[in-house]
Design a protein around this ligand. Structure first.
Ligand code: CDP
Length: 229
């Protein structure tokens, strides 16, 4: 029987890498290093959900009030600016502040992110970042989140799912000096109906519990380099 070998990609083809995983699973650090190594646009979609959450809280819109959410979403205009290699989403022309990493947003973000209308509002924006990456001559894009390999780019060239023991992840977050109920966010993110956090079928799963960051990156980079040269 003939073995089917994936042909190498043309040097000019644009690559899309999806990295999903729960909080403090190592997504952000590894995505940023891969972006540097392969000249990719780095996209942290968690920051988008955090920014929208901050904005809706500021507008006094409760996550239980769907008509108010819809009315508020209709007023939000999303644009992009580059911050180094990372895409930064602006809402109404304004970038997110450090508050999006604060306790209030940590507590609320999963509730807003579970609302299909909120997810829908970001869908086209996230996919449109391919054009932004191309316009800035990036080799491709690495996007991290919860539903990238399952919903946003199910046909991505590479799909990784990072995971680690909850105790290890809680320790990492505490070391960052953050008050963050990871277990509660995981519970809401994994059990919601719209785009739940899950390892997409066919994605490469990497357990980062006792794997140093450099080795996580090496595993992913070796696979990518093998295909794109
Ligand atoms: O900082 P951390 O890795 O814990 O989370 P994040 O990536 O900043 O995402 C914050 C929250 O946004 C998650 O807990 C999810 O509720 C939501 N999120 C999502 O629903 N879908 C994504 N693609 C990214 C984030």
């Amino acid at each position: 029987m003939l073995a089917l070998i994936d042909p190498p990609m043309a040097p000019t083809s644009f690559i899309i890498i999806a990295i999903d995983g729960g909080a403090a699973s190592g997504k952000s650090s590894s995505s940023k290093i891969l972006a540097d190594r392969f000249n990719l646009l780095h996209v942290d979609t968690g920051s988008f959900y955090r920014h929208i959450t901050y904005e809706l809280l500021r507008m006094g819109v409760a996550h239980t009030d769907l008509p108010a959410i819809n009315a508020a979403l209709a007023t939000l205009v999303f644009t992009t600016r580059l911050n180094g290699r990372s895409a930064q989403m602006l809402i109404g022309g304004k970038p997110a502040g450090s508050e999006i990493r604060g306790q209030n947003v940590n507590e609320h973000v999963s509730h807003y992110a579970a609302i299909p209308e909120v997810r829908h509002a970001l869908l086209g924006y996230q996919r449109g970042l391919v054009d932004v990456a191309k316009a800035h001559a990036f080799r491709g894009l690495v996007m991290e989140g919860r539903d990238i390999g399952s919903v946003i780019f199910p046909d991505a060239d590479f799909r990784f799912f990072l995971h680690a023991d909850p105790a290890e992840r809680a320790k990492r977050r505490a070391n960052e000096g953050q008050t963050d109920s990871i277990a509660e966010r995981d519970r809401i993110d994994s059990s919601r109906k719209a785009s739940p956090l899950t390892c997409p079928t066919g994605a490469i799963s990497i357990d980062t519990t006792s794997l140093p960051l450099a080795q996580v990156v090496e595993q992913a980079a070796t696979l990518i380099a093998g295909k794109i040269g």
